[in-house]
Design a protein. Structure first.
Ligand code: SF4
Ligand code: SF4
Lengths: 233, 580
């Protein structure tokens, strides 16, 4: 079913077209139709809350009266980052530099330290995101192997100076206000809801051959420690 | 289509023809290529002769010049470097409208004094491409009528895309504006200076819809001379991509044509996938097609809506943007951002579409259709619109080909070339749609073709939604794409793949590749030169509106200023992709 080329002709220059008045009336009918469709629901909604479509707009009216009404964004919205915490409140981040490496805008700066809790091994002593450089691409979220960095739906990021645009750990750590009823809520993250396969053990390993370099190490691979972080540039 | 047109493109097709004609005079290496036919000139002196032959010989007939890629092979690995040790390389990407075939003509240039004769007399479209190559790579084109900087400013020193140019250098623009004086100096008689005046349109004029500048010399309301200037939005996309991995380039591509951001990303991802030989799952392909078409609708809506504002028809702007707004909601639900989508990944998509994708997409149909009908009803038979658009900004078919037009503007001039039809990708060949073509070549034709294309896009989306396959949206080759998070969290193997993709990027074998998709404005081509590492060695975009804007000064000459504004809007110049 290949595509066909069709030849179009511009509308003919006929009598109705020349008279002009006919087209004027037709056009008016169209624009007035729009007007009525926009205005009538407002009168209908008068007294009720002005929230026809659930996205802050009135039915028929494509305008959102920001900031009183706000558009709802999806679960994938890429806004301000948060650093996820463990149950004990410590950061999940292990300062592996993956997000820093993946970041195309080069706006993450991490410094690693040894965590007093032995099992956690490493943690970031410095974790900064320059929000003015960030392009909100979500690559850091994709790159994190520890599910430690997520994004929220917060898009109102404004600063008085460049310095305050650099968010450090206190600004980035997840707060209850992020998920409160009037908070932005979670945005872009590695998974949405609990995927059944996510539970350990149920996941089917792919039948893909190992990378050639790793093959030589054979079975030892599964006991290999995680790869070391590269030297920070 | 003739039998020739459907034959697979192969360099070996042209080798005998060229051999017969040139014999030992110019040794021409024809190598089988994965993408398009390639001819390498080993004798530089035959450049013009071979180029002319390629254009005029009926067995070749490459009448449309798509792109000119300049490459600096300094320190490039052996497979890339030409045998004679030349440092620079030019790729002339050609297309034959008669035979539906692409061809790449390669010429190598030495390190000292890289210069070749200009191709302007063969393909006028090459004019600005050569200026760009001069500006960014320092290749000189003998006999070029106007060889000066294009994307960088006059105070710039050096050639930015050379490998020995440090990306961090800054040059302050202190030179005075040469353009205006240039144009004013073009007068022939002293009276001319008296009667004409030079006027600036842009760089921030509402009618330019971006940062472009056109200097006009006016005789009353009539344009006697014009010169376009671009580069105000140049953000070193190509230079920057050389220091980023293949997947890190994707966020940059969103900013090319920001009216249809996803098409850029999909086109780029496809180019890299083709280069790697990675096949993406059918579901990813189908989603790419659907979202590309939605983006095309948005692109055309913006073009028509804003241009009608310039013509005084403000209402249509609201209608067009209403449809666009509705589409943005869907795009945001898929990828997490309205404009800076970054949805494509090399090897698939960043995530599957939301569960209600089908109903959501279908719920947009009535909105788009209503707005389309309303714009159609208000404009298509509107006498004022006709007076403003019909017969203005005319580009004949011959000129469209000579100036390198593709896409809706080319089709409005009777050039029935659409990458989706002629070089189908991502399963476009299994879809039933029409390619609208008009012969008038004026602004109205551009408007009308776009209107019809939006309807055809809806048809494509409808068909594709009907047969949207189930399954994954990424390839399972984890050397290319990040493995699923389940694997990364729970398995050492997954973590290692993950680590390698993030830290090293996807390694692409040395070579060059040209791949194109139908962007909102025409053929959006990517030339990728890989050197085996995780970063592109050189990435060149063929922005479809680049040749359009280059031809703009010729189209508007002799017309009125108001027509020039109408033409500028209908050519749909997007500064983001023009300047890169
Ligand atoms: S969202 Fe993108 S640009 Fe921003 S910090 Fe993450 S990776 Fe960097
Ligand atoms: S990738 Fe995750 S764990 Fe690693 S440094 Fe970034 S946030 Fe921390």
């Amino acid at each position: 079913m290949p595509a066909k080329v069709v030849k179009l002709e511009a509308p003919a220059d006929n009598f109705a077209f020349r008279v002009y008045l006919v087209e004027v009336v037709k056009g008016m009918v169209r624009t007035l139709g729009h007007l009525l469709r926009n205005v009538v629901p407002i009168f209908v909604a008068e007294g009720k809350k002005l929230a026809g479509n659930g996205d802050g707009s009135v039915k028929g009216m494509p305008i959102v009266s920001f900031p009183e009404a706000r558009r709802d964004y999806s679960e994938r919205f890429r806004g301000r980052h948060i650093l996820k915490t463990r149950d004990d409140g410590s950061l999940k981040c292990v300062a592996c530099y993956m997000c820093q490496t993946a970041c195309p805008a080069d706006c993450i700066r991490i410094e690693a330290g040894e965590h007093p809790v032995l099992a956690y091994e490493k943690y970031p002593t410095v974790f900064e995101i320059d929000m003015l450089r960030c392009v909100m691409c979500g690559y850091c979220v994709d790159a994190c192997p520890k599910d430690a960095i997520w994004m929220t739906k917060d898009y109102e990021l404004a600063f008085f100076d460049r310095k305050s645009a650099i968010y450090g750990i206190p600004m980035l750590t997840e707060k209850p206000s992020d998920t409160a009823a009037d908070g932005p809520g979670y945005g872009y993250r590695p998974y949405y809801g609990e995927s059944p396969a996510r539970k350990a053990g149920e996941f089917e390993p792919s039948g893909l051959p190992l990378l050639p370099v790793l093959e030589a190490r054979g079975a030892a691979i599964n006991r290999m420690p995680p790869p070391p972080p590269p030297k920070p540039a | 289509m003739s039998a020739l047109a459907s034959a697979p493109s192969s360099s070996l097709t042209y080798a005998p023809v060229l051999d017969k004609r040139f014999g030992p005079k110019a040794r021409i290496e024809a190598r089988p290529a994965k993408d398009i036919a390639t001819i390498t000139l080993t004798d530089r002196s035959a450049y013009i002769e071979v180029a002319r032959f390629l254009r005029d010989d009926p067995a070749c007939a490459f009448d449309l010049l798509l792109d000119l890629v300049s490459i600096d092979l300094l320190n490039a690995p052996a497979p890339l470097r030409p045998r004679d040790g030349s440092r620079f390389q030019l790729h002339v990407i050609l297309y034959s409208t008669r035979r539906n075939d692409h061809l790449r003509l390669i010429v190598n240039l030495p390190e000292q004094n890289p210069r070749v004769p200009t191709l302007v007399n063969l393909w006028p479209a090459v004019n600005w491409f050569e200026r760009e190559a001069w500006d960014l790579m320092g290749i000189e084109f003998e006999g070029h009528p106007n060889l000066k900087r294009l994307l960088t400013h006059n105070g710039f020193v050096g050639h930015a895309l050379r490998k020995d140019y440090a990306a961090g250098q800054r040059w302050l623009c202190t030179e005075e504006d040469l353009l205006q004086t240039d144009l004013a100096a073009q007068t022939e008689t002293p009276e001319d200076i008296f009667e004409t005046m030079t006027v600036n349109l842009g760089p921030s004029h509402p009618a330019t819809h971006g940062t472009l500048r056109i200097v006009l010399r006016l005789d009353g309301e009539t344009i006697v001379a014009a010169e376009g200037e671009c580069g105000y939005l140049h953000r070193c996309f190509e230079k920057m991509s050389e220091s980023h991995t293949y997947s890190q380039v994707i966020p940059y591509t969103d900013r090319l044509n920001y009216c249809s951001p996803m098409i850029n990303g999909f086109g780029y991802a496809r180019a890299v996938e083709d280069m790697l030989g990675v096949e993406i799952p059918p579901r990813a392909k189908a989603i790419r097609v659907i979202l590309s078409e939605f983006n095309r609708i948005m692109d055309h809506m913006v073009c028509i809506g804003t241009n009608l504002v310039d013509l005084g028809a403000l209402t249509n702007f609201w209608y067009a943007y209403q449809a666009r707004e509705a589409i943005y909601g869907l795009l945001e639900a898929c990828c997490g951002a309205r404009l800076t989508s970054s949805y494509a990944r090399v090897g698939g998509l960043s995530a599957d579409v939301p569960p209600n994708f089908d109903e959501w997409s279908r719920s947009l149909f009535p909105i788009i259709k209503t707005q389309l009908d309303d714009i159609d009803g208000l404009v298509s038979k509107n006498r004022i619109a006709h007076k403003r658009m019909r017969g203005t900004g005319i580009v004949s078919r011959e000129n469209a080909i000579a100036w390198g037009f593709t896409g809706p503007c080319g089709r409005a001039s009777g050039l029935a070339y659409d990458v989706r039809k002629d070089k189908p990708y991502e399963g476009y060949d299994e879809l039933d749609f029409d390619v609208p073509v008009m012969t008038d070549g004026d602004n109205f034709a551009r408007y009308y073709v776009r209107m019809e294309e939006m309807r055809q896009s809806l048809r494509i989306i409808d068909q594709q939604l009907r047969k949207l396959p189930k399954g994954p949206v990424t390839t399972d080759d984890y050397r290319v794409i990040l493995p699923p998070k389940e694997m990364v969290y729970n398995e050492m193997e997954g973590l290692i793949y993950h680590f390698k993709v993030v830290f090293e990027g996807t390694k692409v074998a040395p070579g060059y590749f040209y791949s194109s998709v139908e962007g909102g404005n025409g053929e959006l081509g990517y030339t990728i030169v890989a050197d085996g590492s995780g970063n592109p060695y050189r990435l060149k975009v063929r922005p479809p509106c680049f040749p359009l804007f280059a031809a703009y000064e010729k189209i508007i000459k002799g017309g009125m200023v108001s027509d020039a504004v109408a033409t500028l809007g209908m050519l749909n110049i997007i500064a983001g992709e023009l300047d890169r």
